[in-house]
Write a protein that binds this ligand. Sequence first.
Ligand code: ADP
Ligand code: MG
Length: 702
Amino acid sequence: MALTGPSSHDAARGLQTPLQYLKGVGPHRAKLLSRLGLGTIEDALFFIPARHEDRSRLTPFSSLAEGKAQSCSGTIVGVSPSPRGNSRTPFSVLLQDPTGYLTAVWFNQPYLEKVLRRGQTLLLHGRVARFRGGPLQMQHPDFEIVEEGEDETLHTGRLVPIYRLTEGLTQRPLRTRLWRVVDEHSGKVLESLPDAVRERRRLVLLPQAVRGIHFPQTEAELAAARRRLVFDDFLLLQLGFAIRRQREGRAPGLAMRPAGELVGRLRRSLAYTLTAAQERVWEEIRRDLAVPYAMNRLLQGDVGSGKTIVAAMAILTAVEAGYQTAMMAPTEILAEQHLLTFQQLLPPLGVPVALLTSAIRGRERETLLEGVAGGGVPCLVGTHALIQEGVEFHRLGLAVVDEQHRFGVVQRAMLRAKGGNPHVLVMTATPIPRTLALTLYGDLDVSVIDEMPPGRQSIVTVVRAESKRPPIYAFLRGQIKEGRQVYVVCPLVEESEASDLKAATEMAERLQLEIFSDLTVGLLHGRMGLDEKAAVMRAFKAGEIHILVSTTVIEVGIDVPNASVMLVEHAERFGLSQLHQLRGRVGRGPWKSYCILLESGTRSAEARRRLEAMCETQDGFRIAEVDLELRGPGDFFGTRQSGLPEFRAADLLRDGRVLEEARQEAFAIVAADPDLAQPEHRGLRAALLARWRGKLDLASVG
Ligand code: ADP
Ligand code: MG
């Protein structure tokens, strides 16, 4: 079906008109505006204010309360410039209003001396404090200069929008221009939501929301406007997911219904029984595999919750049904870890496992690739490069992908393109808050292992300074005397494997020669050969090594229940989820376990918060939330997630409830009208195409 994009529609109504052609803009201003991402009238309409200031009631100076942010206004009656050349002394002005005086102070802003003059009237917003009983002071207030003869109705006496600025563009003129745009053009914004949805979710009309988000009369109007725009952000995202899921869900897949003999034998070989959560999740996966549609499932579970064994069961099911399987990890080290794990589980059942990384070259590689192409390799472990390099499978039936947040939509599509439409099981070791899971993997089914295997210990977590090293070593010795074992982890220094190696090697030598000369210290790092690594791991597992010094290679997948202490060197350099993973290596046996976070360098406020969070909680979901708060969604997921449309108003941390509502509506809409072909969905369809444009293969919708 042919599509008319939104542009023709809107252009007719002028929303695509460049701002440059507006009265009072011109080429210079247009350039400034474009730095804010504002090219067209539509951009300006949806340029959401960073916040609003309530200037409906300006607080008289005499009533300013300490500590809270308030707005006020006064006239400059005195200016005290900082001594020439000394910008460290603050610049301050004395202001007067009918009730008294207020000092406003700025540090390190010498340009203000050229801007602020006696006699000017200022609008101020900030917090006041009283220093040593002196007069009230407002430090670093936001301010606007009230120009003589200017129409003040936009800037005072109301809820006033405060916008993000760029150099050369100040708040007042920007606000004035945006007011004109909103006033003249907001009425032309097309309503995109079907009435039924709007009414059910109690959402205001889109033109009304656009006006309300800029120049609301009341807080309630602002909240309603925001809610509508947030809903639209989420709805368009989830519609994309819903549509893609419909298509993939309809895509034929491979029905795997073997007798289950291999899985049965695996179960019998285990020293434990699966937890209820593992059983439930396995049942979900088993059912997905059994029907002739391609599985698209995310398996979530905290560190140590036992995802690997579930993945192994899926792999054995595919193998027994006569298919090949691929297990993919984001790094070579992690791939090797998986190999080690699977080598314990699968070959005893007659299922060989092979590893393919870029380190495997030449003849060996050729032979392996031939084997894979000929169908002779039932389980191939490797990095995500498995799907990019010229690896041809004979009958790929299942791909298990570890560490989803580095494995994007695009890669999944590539996997599909390998033919045969294999089932995909994505595992994440980092638990993701539900809002994020729905945002990023909204097109996946989600299974959660929300229960730990029995007998897991809570882990005593402490932060210690360098000066505490001697007592820490004494503590390690005590633990080892009781029969336990210890991990010491050194950080990766600037991504450089060489220095990484050096730090760990030196640490191991020092511990062995100077501190624990009567004990055995082992070393594990990324540069070691696979066999070497396996030998060290075996020795540690067998208890022949008391202290294992390691780079972060042990982050994932190592399992030695007898280890009771995790000592992290330079803990301030590690990311939160990494620390959580590391801690998850201990507390796996019946013994009380400890995680000691040694901070040896200067730490930022963020590093401090990370270490605090580690001490506060062991709940991986809570940890992930803190991580997200600290880093923000973009960084949390890396740039690879840029395959998703951007939000105008939505905030993942704040707006989880609206996301759930939008998701329900989106999936209901697509279920009823998969191609958004019905007249009441025309607006949505246009908005959807505009929002996802170029970012996804949604162009084929319809
Ligand atoms: P994850 O990959 O989810 O972090 P793993 O799969 O590595 O966790 O499992 C952690 C450890 O728990 C492994 O030693 C595994 O053998 C063990 N384990 C898994 N399931 C159970 C269970 N139901 N009971 C006891 N131990 C289990
Ligand atoms: Mg694991």
